[in-house]
Design a protein around this ligand. Structure first.
Ligand code: ADP
Ligand code: MG
Length: 727
C-alpha cells in the first residue's frame, strides 16, 4: 500500500473512533473511597502494622531519618500481604535515572519451596534494598565498568503503591538509586538531600524570628502539566512523532491557534472521557489532581495537582506523566509530552509552583497581615531573590534540554533570560525599605520593617505576568521555564539548594548583626533587605519578558542570556555551582560533572535521533511522493504541449526546484552528522547544536515547501490540520 493510502486509512480510522464504554461509575465509587485506594499510606499502615512499628515508621517519615532495619521486616510482611490481597504477583523497585524517565525492576513474590510448591516471600531486605542490573543507564561516567552496579534503596517518605494492569498488579516501591560508592545515580537522591539543606537553613531564620523549636520546613510543590493529544492512528502514521516525539516536518495548517477558540473552551467528549479516566487512576494512586482545561494551542490541554511536599510531588509528577501516556492509549490517542510537538504552534511547559511550608508557621511565602509576619516573609522573599540573582545561569541550566530549546524564548514561553517577577507593589516596598524616598502616592512614608504593615498585595490572577520565567503569585513562586517532559527533580534540587544557601547567608548576617538580641532584629532585617535589594534588585523585572526591549535591557543589566542548552549546561560545573552544592552537601563535584556529562550526551543523542529520522523520512517518504508528483506533472506538461498549452510548466519548475533542493539538503544533513573525531561531550553537543540542527531546519523548509505544492492525494504524511483538528 502506498504511503498516502496509509494516511488515508489512518484518517478514516481516526474519524470513526468509537467511544470506549464507561470503565467505572463515580456514583458507586465515591472519590473519597477512591483516593489513595492503591497506596500503602498512613491509614493502611496504621491498620496493618503493630503500634510501635507504625510509630517508628511515622517518625522516620516525618523526621526524614533512616529506617530502623528491625522495623523493615515487619513493614515488608504487612506490605506484601496488603499487595497480595489486591492481586499483586510482583514487586518493583521504581527509580528515577538521569534520563528523567521512570525505571522499574520487577521481581516475583513467589519462590519455590523445594516441594514443588511456591511461597510468597518478601522480607525487609527486599523492601529496603534492590539491585537493578542496570549498567546501561546514563551515569555520566560515575560508574566505570568494574563498579558498574548500583543499588536502589526504599525512600520511606514516598509510599509504596499498586500499579494495575488488566492481567495483574504490581507493588511499586519508590527508591533512591545510588552507586556502591554512595554517589547519587538518580534524580531522587539529590531531592532528598536538598530538602535537608533547606530544612536546616530555613529553621535558623524561624529561630531568629522568635520560635526556638519550629520543626521541619519543607518545600511545597505543585506542577501544572501541559500536553497534546493526537489520535493514535494518525500518530502511528507519523514516524517522526513516534521516534522523536515531535513533528520534524509539516507545513502550517490553514488554521492554527490564531482564533484562540480552543483556550478554556468546552472540552471535547473523547478528551473529557480520557481526563476522567486519568483522574480516576491518579486518585487511586493518591495523586491529588485538581484542575483540567484546554490550553492555548489546538489539541493542547493541562492537568494540575494540589501541591504536596517536594519529594512526593516529584514522584507523583512522574506517575502523572506515565498515567497520561497509558490512559491516552486506551482512548485511541497518543499523549505528547514533548516541549514542541508542532512548529508554529505553542509548545508545552510545566509550571512548577513552589513555596516553603512549616507546620507551625504555615506557608512561609504568605506575606501575612502583621508587621512581624511581614518581616519574616520579606526575609524569605529576599533570600529567593538573592538566590535567583546569584544562580540565574544554573537555573537556566536545569531546564536545558534539546526539546526545551524549541520553546524557551519563542514568544510562547519565558525567554532564556532568568529574571524574577514580583509585581509593582512588592517591588516598590522592597526598593523603598531603609531609604529616604519622597512620599509615594500609595503610602505616606517608606515602610519600616517590623513596625508597618505591608500594603495588601494583589491576589488577582489578572494582574499576573505570564511572560516571566520566575514569578511571585501571591503566596508562592512559579518557575515557568521547565519543559513539559522534564522531571521536576532538577529544578527542585536547584531551587531548594540555592534558597538554602541564601537563607544560610542571611541567617548568618542576622545572627551576627543582632548578636542574639531580639530587640535588634528589625533594624538588622531592614539593613539586610536594603543591601540584598541593592546588590540583587537587577534580577527583578515586572515587564513583558517576550519583548525585544527586555532582551536589550537584560544585557545592560548584565543578566546572563544563554540561548541554547549547550550554552547553558556548562553552568552545572561552574566554580560557583560546585561551591554551592558542596557547601550545602547536596551534590559533590563528581556528581555534578557526571550530570553535566549525561545531559550533554542526551542532548547530542536527541538531535542525532531526530536527524536520522528526518533523513529517513525525507529520503523514503517525502522525496518519493514529490518525485511521483513531479513525474505526473512532467507527463502532463508533455501532453499539454501537444495541444499548445504550457500552463503547468511553472508548477513543474517550482516542484523540480524544491525536489533538487531537498536532495541537496538531504546530502548536506547526511554529511553533517559526524562530530569531530575524538570530540568530548561538550564539543559533540555543540556540533549537533550548531551544525546538525541548522541542516535539519533547512531540510524541513524544502520538505514543507513541497507539502504545500504536491497534490494532496499523493502526500503520504498526516498533515498538521489532521493531527491537530481530528478528535
Ligand atoms: P493559580 O491561581 O496561581 O493558578 P492555584 O491555586 O490554582 O493558583 O494553583 C496553581 C498551582 O499552584 C497548583 O498546582 C497548586 O497546587 C499550586 N500551589 C498552590 N499553592 C501552592 C503552594 N503553597 N506551594 C506550592 N504550590 C502551590
Ligand atoms: Mg498554564
Amino acid at each position: 500500500m502506498s504511503g498516502s493510502g496509509a494516511r488515508h486509512q489512518a484518517t478514516l480510522a481516526a474519524t470513526s473512533f468509537k467511544p470506549v464504554p464507561p470503565a467505572f461509575d463515580f456514583t458507586e465509587n465515591s472519590v473519597r473511597e477512591l483516593f489513595g485506594a492503591n497506596v500503602f499510606g498512613s491509614s493502611v499502615m496504621k491498620e496493618r502494622l503493630p503500634r510501635q512499628v507504625y510509630r517508628s515508621l511515622r517518625q522516620t517519615i516525618e523526621a526524614g531519618e533512616q529506617l530502623d532495619p528491625t522495623v523493615a521486616d515487619v513493614v515488608a510482611a504487612a506490605m506484601k500481604d496488603w499487595a497480595i490481597d489486591r492481586g499483586a504477583t510482583h514487586y518493583a523497585h521504581v527509580f528515577y535515572p538521569l534520563t528523567g524517565l521512570t525505571a522499574e525492576k520487577h521481581d516475583s513474590f513467589l519462590v519455590p519451596d523445594g516441594d514443588g510448591n511456591a511461597i510468597a516471600q518478601f522480607d525487609g531486605k527486599a523492601l529496603i534494598q534492590g539491585e537493578p542490573d542496570a549498567p546501561s543507564f546514563p551515569s555520566g561516567g560515575l560508574r566505570t565498568t568494574f563498579e558498574a552496579r548500583g543499588y536502589t534503596a526504599w525512600d520511606v517518605t514516598s509510599p509504596a503503591y499498586i500499579l494495575e494492569n488488566p492481567n495483574g498488579t504490581t507493588l511499586c516501591i519508590p527508591t533512591a538509586f545510588v552507586s556502591w560508592t554512595g554517589e547519587a545515580l538518580d534524580k531522587k537522591t539529590p531531592v532528598l538531600r536538598s530538602m535537608q539543606a533547606l530544612n536546616r537553613q530555613a529553621q535558623r531564620i524561624l529561630r531568629l524570628f522568635g520560635d526556638p523549636d519550629p520543626g521541619r520546613v519543607q518545600a511545597t510543590v505543585g506542577a501544572e502539566q501541559e500536553y497534546f493529544l493526537v489520535d493514535r492512528n494518525l500518530f502511528y502514521a507519523r514516524p517522526d512523532l513516534v521516534s522523536a516525539g515531535r513533528t520534524l516536518f509539516g507545513a502550517r495548517p490553514p488554521k492554527g491557534q490564531e482564533l484562540a477558540d480552543h483556550y478554556f473552551g468546552a472540552i471535547p467528549d473523547r478528551v473529557l472521557a480520557f481526563m476522567l479516566a486519568c483522574e480516576h487512576e491518579l486518585f487511586k494512586l493518591g495523586v491529588p489532581v485538581k484542575t483540567r482545561h484546554n490550553e492555548v494551542a489546538p489539541a493542547q490541554y493541562e492537568i494540575a495537582p494540589v501541591f504536596e511536599e517536594a519529594n512526593l510531588a516529584t514522584d507523583h509528577q512522574q506517575l502523572m506523566m506515565l498515567t497520561l501516556r497509558r490512559v491516552a492509549e486506551k482512548y485511541g490517542m497518543a499523549c505528547l509530552l514533548h516541549e514542541k510537538p508542532f512548529s508554529g504552534i505553542n509548545g508545552s511547559g510545566k509550571h512548577v509552583n513552589y513555596s516553603l511550608y512549616n507546620a507551625r508557621h504555615g506557608n512561609l511565602l504568605d506575606p501575612g497581615d502583621n508587621p512581624h509576619d511581614n518581616a519574616q516573609f520579606l526575609v524569605f522573599c529576599a533570600a529567593i531573590i538573592r538566590a535567583i540573582s546569584l544562580h540565574a545561569s544554573l537555573l537556566r541550566a536545569v531546564v536545558a534540554t534539546a526539546n526545551n530549546d524549541h520553546r524557551l524564548g519563542a514568544h510562547e514561553a519565558p525567554p532564556a533570560i532568568i529574571s524574577v517577577y514580583l509585581g509593582d507593589q512588592l517591588t516598590q516596598v522592597l526598593s523603598e525599605i531603609g531609604t529616604d524616598v519622597a512620599r509615594s502616592s500609595r503610602r505616606q512614608h517608606p515602610l519600616t520593617v517590623g513596625v508597618d504593615t505591608l500594603p495588601p498585595l494583589p491576589r488577582d490572577a489578572g494582574d499576573r505576568n505570564r511572560t516571566s520565567p520566575f514569578a511571585f503569585t501571591a503566596n508562592k513562586f512559579e518557575f515557568r521555564a521547565v519543559g513539559a517532559s522534564q522531571s521536576i527533580s532538577g529544578p527542585l534540587v536547584t531551587l531548594n539548594t540555592i534558597i538554602a544557601d541564601s537563607l544560610d547567608y542571611l541567617a548568618t548576617e542576622l545572627e551576627t548583626a543582632t548578636g542574639g538580641d531580639p530587640e535588634r532584629l528589625n533594624g538588622a532585617v531592614q539593613d539586610l533587605l536594603r543591601r540584598v535589594f541593592d546588590e540583587h534588585g537587577s534580577v527583578i523585572f515586572n515587564g513583558d519578558g517576550y519583548s525585544e526591549a527586555w532582551h536589550q535591557e537584560a544585557a545592560t543589566r548584565g543578566l546572563p542570556h544563554l540561548r541554547t542548552a549547550v550554552d547553558a549546561l556548562p553552568a552545572l560545573t561552574s566554580p560557583a555551582t560546585v561551591a554551592l552544592f558542596e557547601r550545602q552537601q547536596v551534590l559533590s563535584r563528581r556528581e555534578l560533572e557526571s550530570r553535566q556529562e549525561a545531559y550533554l550526551e542526551q542532548y547530542a543523542l536527541t538531535v542525532r535521533v531526530e536527524a536520522n529520522v528526518a533523513l529517513e523520512l525525507a529520503q523514503t517518504v517525502i522525496l518519493p511522493a514529490a518525485l511521483r508528483y513531479q513525474t505526473q506533472l512532467a507527463d502532463n506538461c508533455a501532453r499539454l504541449r501537444e495541444i499548445g498549452r504550457t500552463g503547468a510548466l511553472g508548477l513543474l519548475d517550482e516542484v523540480s526546484q524544491y525536489v533538487d533542493q531537498l536532495q541537496e539538503r538531504l546530502q548536506a544533513l547526511q554529511g553533517s552528522l559526524a562530530p569531530p573525531a575524538g570530540a568530548a561531550a561538550l564539543e559533540t553537543a555543540d556540533h549537533y547544536c550548531r551544525v546538525v540542527k541548522p541542516a535539519m531546519v533547512a531540510l524541513r523548509k524544502s520538505a514543507d515547501q513541497l507539502e504545500a505544492l504536491v497534490a494532496d492525494d499523493l502526500w503520504p504524511l498526516p498533515t498538521y490540520q489532521e493531527l491537530l483538528f481530528i478528535r
